[in-house]
Ligand binder design. Structure first.
Ligand code: 13P
Ligand code: SF4
Length: 304
């Protein structure tokens, strides 16, 4: 089937079933053609919490669909491919978090949204890459535990005076693999380019950035910038969207390996199949969901 035909079928089904499609910025770009909302994790969580739709098809990875289900327990949340996981979310489970807490009694726990529902349920507050600094600040604590991402936690610490961020050892393999030398090499080739970095990269990399932010924040900053050349230090999907939206500017992906394989599992056929067959419905244990909701709600109420 041609893309045009697939898009027509998907749009018809969405209307008939009162469904919406939420698409993360790292998705294959054709998914945007059927997305009602596309953006970063924080933006998509807000849409999931506010929608009147009966069905949410999440074009993203498992933790995103799970978060949408926790926020909208009475809606049907579909993840079109159950293999679409997040390597960072798999780096810590509830037992490991409980052990981490035992080593640091009384210290509040911030969990990055890239985590399982069980881990969110064991945490005091959730955050995304868009609001991590403000979430930690809002705790007014001299110390916080930050899971699972060591790099986002270290970046937060670098942005706040007098707060010790004790990080877990998790990381995103896609961003972890990017080195300061990669930036230096690209800067040598494009000396005038602005360096736009996602905070899942190491602090040594974020130190070399002109701008650090979530995927949506990077896209917004590029659109508002007077500069014409940018080195994009995150996943390839951001470059594809920028090339589509800003044809007068030049974008250089930090390296061709900056691709999240699980984000790229979905194609238009999968969205159609998901809507036709209710594939695959995400469920969260209600007791865990209730606890996880507290940490997600606390994050959403922080206006950042
Ligand atoms: P965003 O917060 O920019 O959506 O990032 C999520 C993510 O998984 C990045 O790897
Ligand atoms: Fe997870 Fe990294 Fe993929 Fe983001 S890019 S979904 S953190 S594996």
């Amino acid at each position: 089937m041609q893309n045009r035909e697939l898009i027509e079928k998907i749009n018809k089904l969405k209307k008939g079933k009162n469904a919406i499609v939420l698409a993360h910025t790292y998705q294959n770009i054709e998914i945007d053609e059927v997305a009602d909302f596309s953006g970063d994790s924080l933006y998509l969580s807000r849409q999931a919490a506010n929608t009147d739709a009966d069905i949410i098809v999440f074009a993203g990875v498992y933790f995103m669909a799970e978060t949408a289900k926790i926020l909208s327990p009475n809606k049907t949340v579909l993840l079109p491919n159950l293999s679409a996981g997040c390597a960072m979310a798999d780096k810590i489970n509830a037992k490991q978090l409980r052990d981490f807490k035992t080593q640091h009694p009384g210290v509040p726990v911030v969990c990055y949204v890239n985590s399982t529902a069980e881990v969110k349920a064991e945490s005091d507050v959730c955050c995304t890459s868009a609001n991590a600094v403000n979430v930690v600040k809002s705790l007014n604590s001299k110390e916080v535990l930050f899971v699972p991402d060591q790099h986002l936690g270290s970046y937060v610490e670098s942005q706040l005076d007098g707060v010790k961020v004790i990080t877990y050892s998790g990381f995103c393999p896609v961003h972890h693999a990017i080195t300061p030398q990669d930036i230096i090499n690209k800067k040598n080739l494009y000396p005038d380019a602005k360096v736009m970095v996602h905070p899942e990269c190491s602090v040594e990399v974020t130190k070399l950035a002109d701008f650090v932010g979530s995927t949506t924040a990077i896209i917004k900053a590029v659109k508002e910038s007077v500069s014409k050349e940018f080195i994009i230090v995150t996943e390839k999907g951001v470059v594809q969207r920028l090339e589509r939206d800003c044809p007068d500017k030049k974008f250089v992906l930090i390296n061709e390996k900056a691709i999240c394989d699980t984000m790229k599992l979905l194609h238009l056929e999968d969205i159609l199949n998901s809507l036709q067959n209710n594939h695959f419905e995400i469920d969260v244990n209600p007791q865990i969901a209730a606890k996880a909701l507290k940490s997600i709600d606390r994050m959403i109420s922080i206006n950042a």
